[in-house]
Design a protein around this ligand. Structure first.
Ligand code: SF4
Length: 145
């Protein structure tokens, strides 16, 4: 386990940063996947970071991403979450893209920018489980290191 900027031990080891894509289903899926990870799948190991705070160079948020391994979930290949974590000096251990998961489900209708269909939720859960596996792996590797 790692110490945060204030010297206190951080109980949540890995930061998950979804992109902030608005108006398209990809952005909604990245955010919902991140919530599933932090609220349901690995709540003791992962925490979320608001991308907007990083973009506006919030000091506390920058300190946080520098102190923890980060996983980005981006809607598309522009990789806004991944790039902004890197710009802030953070280490992106793994970058996931919603579009890649969707391309494995040709013909799927995941929903809209404001609402997911059942199919959309299924793919979102698949993304969240992949992210949670990565979080588990990171934490396990740290324990044996
Ligand atoms: S990664 Fe793609 S979907 Fe997400 S904020 Fe950037 S441009 Fe929008």
């Amino acid at each position: 386990m790692q110490e945060g900027q204030d010297g206190k031990r951080d109980s949540k080891r890995v930061l998950v940063i979804p992109c902030s894509g608005i108006g398209k289903v990809h952005g909604l899926m990245s955010r919902e996947a991140a919530y599933l990870v932090a609220d349901e799948l690995v709540p003791d190991k992962a925490d979320l970071v608001c991308l907007a705070l990083l973009v506006k160079e919030d000091e506390a948020t920058i300190g946080k991403v520098k102190a923890h391994p980060c996983i980005a979930i981006d809607g598309c290949g522009k990789g806004c979450a991944m790039k902004n974590v890197e710009l802030a000096g953070g280490e992106v251990i793994r970058a996931f893209q919603v579009g890649r998961f969707l391309s494995g489900h040709r013909g799927a209708r995941p929903g809209s920018g404001s609402e997911l269909t059942e199919e959309g939720w299924a793919v979102t859960r698949e993304i969240a489980e992949a992210v949670a596996d990565e979080v588990d792996g990171l934490c396990a590797r740290e324990e044996v290191a």
